[in-house]
Design a protein around this ligand. Structure first.
Ligand code: ADP
Length: 140
């Protein structure tokens, strides 16, 4: 995957709270092009695999349970400087620290249930994109 891409998930809390449409609109308005997208649900095994890097953290079990608690929207987004610009758009991990107007400031309810995921590096964007999508599901 090229370095102008990032992987997002609209997390189960934001889906449950009816924010899919508003979040996708904000993503589009910020200049990101959706090149892959699916509405899906992670099993506990798949959620554990996605967040394996956090397996030693105290919140890992809670995170895996939350991320497999309901459907999500996964998408690959394309834009110049996608990873960094998307992290700016979503705001800090803890919504209490997220800049006003960011997606997490508007839609997250807690540091754990924080509405959206955004890849933290080009390398992870490529790994996470492949985790969710086959090559035939990506439309540049
Ligand atoms: P980010 O998603 O902003 O890159 P991290 O990679 O640090 O943040 O953490 C991954 C996810 O784990 C967060 O988005 C959040 O859902 C959850 N998380 C992080 N820190 C905590 C915490 N202290 N308590 C509960 N859940 C957390």
């Amino acid at each position: 995957m090229a370095t102008n891409r990032t992987l997002t998930m609209i997390k189960p809390d934001a889906v449950r709270n009816g924010h899919i449409g508003a979040i996708l609109e904000q993503i589009n308005a910020a200049g990101f092009k959706i090149v892959a997208m699916k509405y899906t649900k992670l099993s506990t095994e798949k959620a554990g695999e996605f967040y394996a890097v956090h397996r030693e953290r105290p919140f890992y079990g809670e995170l895996v349970e939350f991320m497999s608690s309901g459907p999500i929207v996964a998408a690959i987004l394309e834009k110049d400087n996608a990873v960094e610009d998307f992290r700016t758009l979503i705001g800090a991990t803890n919504p209490a620290d997220a800049a006003p107007g960011t997606i997490r400031a508007k839609y997250a309810t807690s540091i754990g249930e924080n509405a959206v995921h955004g890849s933290d590096s080009d390398e992870n964007a490529a790994i996470e994109g492949s985790f969710h999508f086959a090559g035939t599901e990506v439309f540049a």
